[in-house]
Design a protein around this ligand. Sequence first.
Ligand code: AMP
Length: 180
Amino acid sequence: LGAPGCGKGTQAEFLASSLGVPAISTGAMLRDAVALGSALGSKVEGIMASGGLVDDGLMAEVVRERLGRPDASGGFLLDGYPRTTGQAATLDSILEERQEKLDAVVLLEVPETVLVERAVARKRADDREEVVRERLRVYREKTEPLVEHYERRNLLRRVDGNRTMREVTAASLKMLGRQA
Ligand code: AMP
């Protein structure tokens, strides 16, 4: 979990490779669908460009299909999912069906001023400043409630994301009880 620009995507890759599981990024999957011009891509393109969230039902299909692939059978790290309380409930039911459980939720914490600077420097299609601000607003409104949700379940691991990439990876692994 973390606001747009917090470094989730980068850290997900590093952590997943240290942990020997695939990093499953819903944002990257959707961007690929847009680039391919698939049916999914055309459904989500406008929503993504405006900084909004793709609806929970569609995301449930995307995630369920992805987790059904063989590489996810021995565990996985999700990047960018769940993003709403509805998605958290969907994830719970997917995990229950698979007789798996969530081990931990890493929250990367980065001050808002740094988030905007980083996101604008990144120059992705949805990284124009107005869109970045909208994505931050959506994060606060829809996704931030998950922090308390997972805190109550004792799954939340807070990591200071305002450090070098290496430091953030090492701190995250430590929080997960692993060595860097
Ligand atoms: P990200 O790369 O995680 O920042 O995602 C980029 C964009 O993809 C978001 O701003 C949303 O429009 C869309 N997206 C990615 N993951 C989700 C999700 N779990 N639920 C809804 N929309 C998503």
